[in-house]
Ligand binder design. Structure first.
Ligand code: SF4
Length: 259
């Protein structure tokens, strides 16, 4: 029965179970995005996968489609399905998607020296530095904040992920950069429930057993009892599974060539 007076209603609210007054993950993410766009003019969403489609949709609800600033890293080694997905997203949201390419001469130098698959021999750091980190660093030189789709339950390296943090990997003394992770508290199920409810596009590789999708040579489908990041850089330790975009998640410093 509803409380009969304002005083009783206030008391009832004070003693209500916490779950009834907590914000949902979706409300929390919208709040983080509103704050990010209010505080920073030079801010953009980093787009690559399912979480980022959710971010773009949430941001569009805050800003309006045309105003959502989005960039994506084209490493040159993505699946054909991923390239098609990028174009589908560009059309679905009518966003101005800035697709960043690596420095062609740096890529050529690496391939000349070590071939196309050196990461299987000496780790992914060098290739990721050229194809991901350096283009991102060039982009972030023109931004004061960026927004990622990282979730804290994705891997051991992301367990303590806050919704907002100083970006220790890309900030400099004269140019601090803030990183927002609005989906930090979301689960994979939350992401997919949102995608289905809002009928958002997704990478068709998800229908073939891929969960976390990166470059073609460094990504494979996973089995039913594997963790989603097990399909990334599977030949390396779980604690090393960051490509440098989120290097501060790794407690042991990772050195990247040219970064
Ligand atoms: S994920 Fe693999 S192919 Fe892609 S940039 Fe890193 S090492 Fe190179």
């Amino acid at each position: 029965m509803a409380p009969s007076t304002p005083k009783v209603a206030a008391a009832a609210a004070r003693h209500a179970p916490v779950a009834t007054i907590e914000r949902s993950p979706e409300q929390r993410a919208l709040e983080v995005l509103r704050g990010a766009f209010a505080r920073f003019e030079r801010v953009a969403i980093s787009f690559s996968g399912a979480e980022d489609v959710v971010l773009i949709d949430l941001a569009a609800r805050v800003l309006g489609d045309e105003d959502v600033p989005v960039f994506s890293l084209d490493t040159g080694r993505l699946h054909a399905q991923t390239y098609r997905f990028l174009e589908t997203v560009r059309g679905h949201f009518a966003v101005d998607l800035d697709v960043l390419a690596p420095d062609a001469e740096e890529v050529a130098r690496l391939v000349r020296a070590k071939g196309l698959f050196s990461f299987y021999e000496d780790g992914h750091g060098e290739c990721c530095a050229i194809r991901k980190i350096q283009p991102l660093r060039r982009k972030l030189a023109h931004l004061d904040a960026w927004i990622t789709g990282q979730r804290s339950d994705q891997s051991a390296t992301r367990a303590d992920l806050p919704v907002e943090q100083k970006d220790l990997a890309f900030s400099t003394a004269s140019h601090p950069i803030t990183k927002f992770n609005p989906l930090s508290g979301w689960t994979g199920s939350d992401v997919w429930a949102y995608i289905r409810r809002r009928q958002l596009p997704y990478n068709s590789l998800h229908d073939q057993g891929f969960v976390s999708i990166g470059c073609e040579p460094c990504t494979r489908p996973i089995g039913p009892h594997q963790h989603e990041r097990d399909g990334r850089w599977w030949w390396e330790n779980a604690t090393d599974k960051e490509c440098g975009l989120h290097a501060q998640n790794v407690s042991r410093p990772v050195r990247f060539v040219g970064s």
